[in-house]
Each structure stands twice: as structure tokens, then as C-alpha cells.
Write a protein that binds this ligand. Structure first.
Ligand code: 5GP
Length: 197
């Protein structure tokens, strides 16, 4: 089977991490793209598993070396996807899952546009936006998570609103008002795309 290149975006608190974890369990052939970030690790986060944590200088060096497929500044920190691991996984006929913000997703689309037909990234590409039911619910979820300060939560809410306005840029949109239903919709999209390849 040809590999899928799946990009998922969602405002933080929309349930994306849970849905992505469910997806990775249901599709063992799917690899998760571990992003680089300059953000500080949260409690229980592990370097190399949740993110590759980098100081700003080393992130900037990788930008200069053109190592990123995409990168963006989100909530005052840098996040980016390295090119090499993505191509490594796809050329080994394994599918890849990216969990990135709207800015990064736009860069990936731009990158893909310039690739020749038949390129692995282009052939298997599908992008999906997951929304929370509404901003009030999102605020409750972010506050319930209790990992961030009120200041950070406010910033994330503002960012969420802006991101949700760009959901139309994605091939598919899913509203996560019920986890099982949202997950089923995501699986339907992925199975449909896989059947087309
Ligand atoms: P968090 O700090 O909550 O882990 O992530 C914050 C935001 O950064 C999320 O919207 C997440 O999708 C985004 N993000 C994580 N990794 C990347 C990446 O490699 N590139 C881009 N552009 N955004 C990312």
C-alpha cells in the first residue's frame, strides 16, 4: 500500500492529542512525527518522544540549514517538522502523522504544490482540521487541564479563534463534540484516502 501523509491541526484543548493517540493505536503502520520545539517541556513530557526540545539558538541554526519541512512561531515558541524523518518514514512505505498548527500546514501545502506528480508527500497527502464545539467549551478544557497559567490560556484562546477561522483551508473539518464520533469520522477519512491510493 502507498503511504499516507496526514496533517492534523487543531487549537490546543480541542482534543487533538487524544484523537491522535487513538489513531496511532488503531493504525500500527502509522508513525508520529516528533516535532522540534523551543518550548519548555511540560511535566511528564519526554525529550525525543513528545518533542525534541531545543534551545532557541539550535532551532535557529536548523532554520538556516534548511532542515525544516515547515516551522512556525506558536504562542511565543518555535515549532518545526524536520524534512529528513518524514521522507525516511514515507520511503519505507510507512504512513506519517503530523500534528502542526495552521501556519505550518499552509507551508506544507505550499511545499507540496511545487513537488512533481508521484512524489510520496504529494500522493499521500491529506489535511484535517479538528475544532472544539465552541470557545467556551475550549476555555473550560484548557482550565481543567491545569498545565498552563491564565496568561497562557488567554493567549491560546485568542490563537484558537484565529485558527478556527482558517479551518476552511483544510480538505476536511471535524468538530469534536463527542470523542468517539469525531474519531470515527477521522478513521473514515483516512480509510477513504487510503482506498484511493
Ligand atoms: P503545545 O505547546 O500545546 O504542545 O503545541 C502548541 C501548538 O503547536 C499546537 O497547535 C501544535 O499543533 C503546534 N505544533 C506542534 N508541533 C508543531 C510543528 O512541528 N510545527 C508547527 N507548525 N506547529 C506545531
Amino acid at each position: 500500500m502507498k503511504p499516507l501523509f496526514i496533517v492534523i491541526s487543531a487549537p490546543s484543548g480541542a482534543g487533538k492529542t487524544t484523537i491522535c493517540d487513538m489513531l496511532l493505536q488503531s493504525y500500527p503502520e502509522l508513525s508520529y512525527s516528533v516535532s522540534c520545539t523551543t518550548r519548555q517541556p511540560r511535566l511528564h513530557e519526554e525529550d525525543g518522544i513528545d518533542y525534541h526540545f531545543h534551545p532557541k539558538e539550535s532551532f535557529e541554526r536548523m532554520i538556516k540549514e534548511n532542515s525544516f519541512l515547515e516551522y512556525a512561531e506558536v504562542h511565543d515558541n518555535f515549532y518545526g517538522t524536520l524534512k529528513e524523518p518524514v521522507y525516511d518514514v514515507l520511503t519505507h512505505h510507512q504512513s506519517m502523522l503530523l500534528d502542526i498548527d495552521v501556519e505550518g500546514a499552509e507551508q506544507v501545502r505550499e511545499h507540496i504544490k511545487n513537488l512533481p506528480d508521484g512524489d510520496l508527500l504529494k500522493e499521500g497527502f491529506v489535511d484535517i482540521f479538528i475544532s472544539p464545539p465552541d470557545l467556551e467549551e475550549l476555555k473550560d478544557r484548557l482550565m481543567g487541564r491545569a498545565t498552563d497559567t491564565m496568561d497562557v490560556i488567554e493567549k491560546r484562546l485568542k490563537n484558537a479563534e484565529a485558527e478556527m477561522q482558517r479551518s476552511g483551508e483544510y480538505m476536511y473539518q471535524i468538530v469534536n463534540d463527542d470523542l468517539d464520533t469525531a474519531f470515527k469520522k477521522l478513521c473514515d477519512i483516512i480509510n477513504y484516502k487510503a482506498d484511493l491510493l
